[in-house]
Design a protein around this ligand. Structure first.
Ligand code: NAP
Length: 288
């Protein structure tokens, strides 16, 4: 039976490390503050907003919500981001995506100040992921994969990692972050040939495809570590990952559950980014 890489201990460890930093900011008169910008009432956005607000409150991070009508025009969405940029008491901004199809999402993302981009949606943040730069922040989910590996002291250097999925939100950034840690990374996608054999050849597999229970026993072997980033619903409406957990868990060495795995760590990573953003902005103000 595999070791279950649960998110809760990771979240608790992160909270312990963040507490003294939040206290230090409070002593300097700074309350780390996250602006949440939501367009419409998509159930997964509303649910994530609730989770984020709860986590923020537990840590002592303030949240400001801006909720726009589902038919909000481009100018209104841009104005919400511009308001977060202009407000010195806001340190980070999380924009729920995808935006409605009539809104130019790339343009809106491009408007966000990189120093407030706690979810890695600006070109500046993504460039930093690829160049090891200091601008912005990496996408929170990709960073959550690294937090998970670090918490459970799973070595990366010199190991072969197969990342399944090549989105800018998860697959590509996590591949770059693992490469920086000296892993040998293979990035796979929907056109990859003989994917099961490639996956089975890896030491660590990261699945981020959005395909409910698409990867079964044939893709894995004993001794592997599996990070399942997928958040999907099966045909019965049950929340599940990309990996067929019941079939794979008896085979591999360690695996993240869904729910209770990477997804639960992602929110804490966002909060850690807000705290770091507040620290960086306070330091920049002090240096002026
Ligand atoms: P996405 O933008 O739809 O990208 C999916 C990727 O998976 C694409 O690169 C696609 O390949 C690849 N893919 C699809 N089917 C495949 C298959 N059968 N075999 C191999 N590769 C396949 O999705 P995403 O935004 O990266 O999200 C992926 C999953 O992570 C979703 O379940 C999402 O809900 C979850 N997620 C979780 C969190 C969190 O934990 N908080 C955050 C973000 C996303 P092509 O490029 O060839 O199309």
């Amino acid at each position: 039976m595999a070791m279950k890489l649960a998110g809760r201990p990771v979240v608790e460890g992160m909270a312990c490390r963040l507490a003294p930093r939040i206290d230090a900011l409070a002593q300097a008169g700074v309350v780390p503050t996250l602006a949440l910008v939501r367009v419409g009432d998509r159930p997964d956005d509303v649910s994530y907003e609730r989770t984020a607000a709860k986590r923020a409150e537990a840590l002592g991070i303030a949240v400001r919500r801006t909720v726009l009508d589902e038919f909000a025009p481009q100018e209104a969405v841009e104005a919400a981001v511009a308001a977060a940029n202009a407000d010195a008491s806001v340190h980070g901004c999380l924009l729920f995506r995808p935006l409605p199809p009539f809104v130019d999402e790339a343009r809106v993302c491009g408007l966000l100040a990189p120093e407030k981009d706690v979810d890695g949606i600006t070109f500046a943040s993504l460039a930093s992921v690829f160049t090891d730069g200091r601008e912005g922040f990496p996408p929170a989910t990709a960073a959550a994969c690294l937090e998970m590996l670090d918490h459970y002291a799973i070595p990366v250097e010199g190991r072969h990692v197969v990342v399944v999925g090549r989105s800018l939100v998860v697959g590509k950034p996590v591949a770059m972050m693992l490469l920086r840690r000296n892993a040998s990374v293979t990035v796979c996608h929907s056109r990859t040939g003989d994917l099961p054999a490639l996956m089975a050849s890896a030491d660590i597999v990261v699945c981020a495809t959005g395909r409910a229970r698409a990867f079964g026993r044939e893709c894995f072997r004993a001794g592997q570590v599996v990070l399942d980033v997928g958040i999907n619903f099966d045909t019965q409406g049950n929340l599940c990952g990309d990996v067929d957990f019941a079939a794979v868990e008896p085979v591999v060495e360690a695996i993240t559950p869904v729910p209770g795995g990477i997804g639960s760590v992602t929110t804490s990573v966002t909060m850690a980014h807000v705290v770091e953003a507040a620290e960086r902005q306070a330091a920049a103000r002090a240096a002026r």
